[in-house]
Ligand binder design. Sequence first.
Ligand SMILES: NC(=O)c1ccc[n+]([C@@H]2O[C@H](COP(=O)([O-])OP(=O)(O)OC[C@H]3O[C@@H](n4cnc5c(N)ncnc54)[C@H](O)[C@@H]3O)[C@@H](O)[C@H]2O)c1
Length: 258
Amino acid sequence: MRVKDKVAIVTGGAGAIGGEISKLLAREGARIVIADVNNEASSRMLAELKRLGAEAVAVDADVIKIAEAERLVRAALEQFGQVDILVNVAGGSTGPSIKTKMDLFARSEKTRGEEIVRLNLLAPINCARAVINHMMERRTGAIVSISSTAGVIGMMKGVEYSAAKAGIYGMTVTLAKEAAPYGIRVNCVSPGIVGTERVRKMAPDLIPQWEKGIKLGRLAKPEDIANAVLFLVSDEASYITGQNIIVDGGLCLGPEGY
Ligand SMILES: NC(=O)c1ccc[n+]([C@@H]2O[C@H](COP(=O)([O-])OP(=O)(O)OC[C@H]3O[C@@H](n4cnc5c(N)ncnc54)[C@H](O)[C@@H]3O)[C@@H](O)[C@H]2O)c1
């Protein structure tokens, strides 16, 4: 077991990618704290984690809010006494925290930037801030945040989202420098296009075209992302910090034949 007895907080842990990460960490021996605003989905995920034999709790926390990120970490400490791993997954360009619509920048609503940056950049910062002193005191910890290839090559109708996801890289490398003397590693994972139900419903006509542009010929599965996260939080990555692992099947490699 690669993360036996570690305690992992997974924000957005009831979602497609966060759920897969939670289940994989649980199978590898971790105790899981899922944090999500979707209580129904959280209850379902909690039941799945328990079926896998994991010790797990679900906390209803809106991690956009500093006080809720702090409450989340307090709840994890009360339940399990320690936090070894933080995986920042809550995010996206749609979903329960986002009221504005995805659109071309020239047409997008004025408040979209604030909304998207709060969820995709400030929420991971809030959670890292809430847990960092505890990790520093214990002189151990691993933080992984889910960014996106949108932060590297951009994404149509995603100016605000791409900017926020690129910001995750800045947070990652800087926190990696500050936390390294305390034995804490900080990394991020940038998925390409993940074939979740939401993505497949959002753009069914575009999927064949997207698949053609991906060197490995298919969208990512949530498991592909979970595998990278597991590696980064495990001892196998004990000499890796401040990195961005792109898990995109070659989406970022450029045009055919070049
Ligand atoms: N799906 C993709 O193609 C893709 C690609 C690249 C990156 N990502 C990133 O991966 C992450 C997960 O995406 P997903 O496809 O699993 O989406 P998802 O919508 O299935 O999961 C996101 C989860 O976060 C929760 N959430 C939303 N706002 C929250 C808040 N304020 N506090 C706590 N929880 C909150 C939602 O309830 C949901 O369960 C996101 O950060 C997204 O930007 C996704």
